[in-house]
Ligand binder design. Structure first.
Ligand code: NAI
Length: 329
């Protein structure tokens, strides 16, 4: 058997992690021959719930699940981890603005960035899911800079999957017919789901869906507001679709993206597409299955797209400015 992969998950007693953990434990992500050790982190107040999750995991008797560690100590949770999925964050409270949430969650990611740099395995990859995930990822990376910048990712894969579904439904084709989708920018309601570079059955999506007004005024806002729509409908935020986004993100890194297609992830910018260096920005990405992303270069945006791109970029710049004091140089 291969060497065990150690996967740390924070917020492990929460709703997203609940769906995530079981799929990782089952062998679905790393394969049937790779043992998994789960290292689950929670706040002290949620340890009893986490204990229950541990028992349920044991009762699944997954052949791939070698061990489960539950802890409220980040040092223990991140010790030797090869993957860290940072889900744990405080939710937005009643009347709170996005900037309040950023300030509230920022310190969590200062601490977790530092601990990851000290404790994680030398090949660690980090996926930040807890919101606001782009800026939380920025904070964690800047505080854990011993880990190379390209190993820090924030999740836009749920947005990507939502956009793929929406185009497929409109064109009345299976989701597999939709390729080359990109979520540019922030995982927020400023994100730009780029229908102009997307393809449906290999043809430009705009040739298959010729109703440009629908694309601009229904598709784009629907993707941007989908999270809120789910909350309004179910009274709780997306959980298993979010977990599925994280699973898809890691699978793409472990197995690679199909040739002729790409996916979406937010990465620390090195200036690609004119984004200031260091902003964690959603890009089109490919992977060869070696744990690394490559940003797809040379895509063109029309005037509508450029405008949307600038809006989401400006939001991320503002978010960075709000947490400037949490970003060591
Ligand atoms: P939840 O409230 O059910 O679970 C969050 C868990 O995190 C709680 O159990 C809490 O005790 C724990 N937690 C809080 N601070 C922690 C810390 N410092 N260390 C360890 N654990 C900590 O929330 P849910 O629904 O699971 O969502 C988790 C996060 O994922 C939220 O920030 C949510 O906004 C975000 N999210 C992101 C998505 C994306 O596409 N990027 C999609 C859906 C959710």
């Amino acid at each position: 058997m291969a060497q065990a992969v150690r996967v740390a998950v924070t917020g492990a007693a929460g709703r997203v992690a609940n769906s995530l953990i079981v799929r990782i434990a089952s062998g679905e992500v790393f394969g049937p021959d790779v043992p998994v050790i789960l290292q689950l982190l929670e706040l002290p107040v949620a340890m009893k719930t986490l204990e229950g999750i541990l028992y349920e995991l044991q009762d699944c008797a997954f052949p791939t699940l070698q061990d489960v560690i539950i802890t409220d100590d980040a040092n223990r949770a991140f010790e030797g981890c090869n993957w860290a999925i940072l889900v744990g964050a405080a939710p937005r409270g009643p009347g709170e603005q996005r900037s309040d949430l950023i300030r509230k969650n920022g310190p969590i990611f200062v601490e977790q960035g530092r601990v990851l740099a000290r404790r994680a395995a030398s090949d660690v990859r980090i996926l930040v899911v807890g919101n606001p995930c782009n800026t939380n990822c920025l904070i964690a990376w800047r505080n854990g800079r011993d880990i190379p910048a390209e190993r820090w990712h924030a999740m836009t894969r749920l947005d990507h999957n939502r956009a793929v579904y929406a185009l497929a439904a409109k064109a009345n084709v299976p989701v597999t017919a939709v390729t080359c989708m990109t979520i540019w920018g922030n995982h927020s309601n400023t994100q730009y789901p780029d229908f102009t570079n997307a393809r449906i059955n290999g043809r430009p999506a705009t040739e298959v869906i010729t109703d440009r007004q629908w694309l601009e005024t229904v598709f784009v806002p629907q993707c941007q507001e989908r999270g809120k729509f789910i909350i309004d409908t179910t009274k709780v935020s997306s959980s298993f679709s979010a977990a599925n986004g994280a699973i898809d993100h890691i699978k793409s890194l472990v197995r690679g993206t199909p040739s002729g297609d790409w996916t979406s992830a937010a990465l620390v910018s090195r200036g690609e597409y004119g984004v200031p260096e260091g902003i964690v920005f959603g890009y089109p990405v490919t992977s060869r299955g070696d744990g690394c992303w490559q940003i797809v270069e040379g895509l063109k945006l029309d005037e509508f797209g450029q405008q949307k791109f600038q809006i989401t970029l400006q939001e991320l710049i503002k978010e960075r400015d709000v947490v400037q004091d949490l970003l060591p140089s």
